[in-house]
Design a protein around this ligand. Structure first.
Ligand code: ZN
Length: 70
């Protein structure tokens, strides 16, 4: 049976009982921050900056019309 207390740090791959530490499953605060930064980076890649034409449809709606009902 595998030793479940020995896990791999998702960032650097070091093995240890990281779940017992303050930053589990990461081996250190540094590795946790690196992983968070990686995820934020992915998000920024997917979302494009807002442009004025994203809101163009709002101008064509009659006053009082909710976009939720269309
Ligand atoms: Zn690590």
């Amino acid at each position: 049976m595998a030793d479940l207390s020995q896990i791999k740090c998702p960032t650097c791959g070091n093995r240890g009982a990281w779940f017992d530490g303050d930053y589990g499953p990461f081996c250190s605060k540094r590795c946790r921050l690196i992983d968070l930064g990686k995820w934020f980076g992915e998000e920024n890649k997917i979302s494009e900056p807002l442009r004025p034409d994203h809101f163009a449809g709002y101008d064509e709606l009659p006053p009082g019309t909710s976009l939720d009902e269309t």
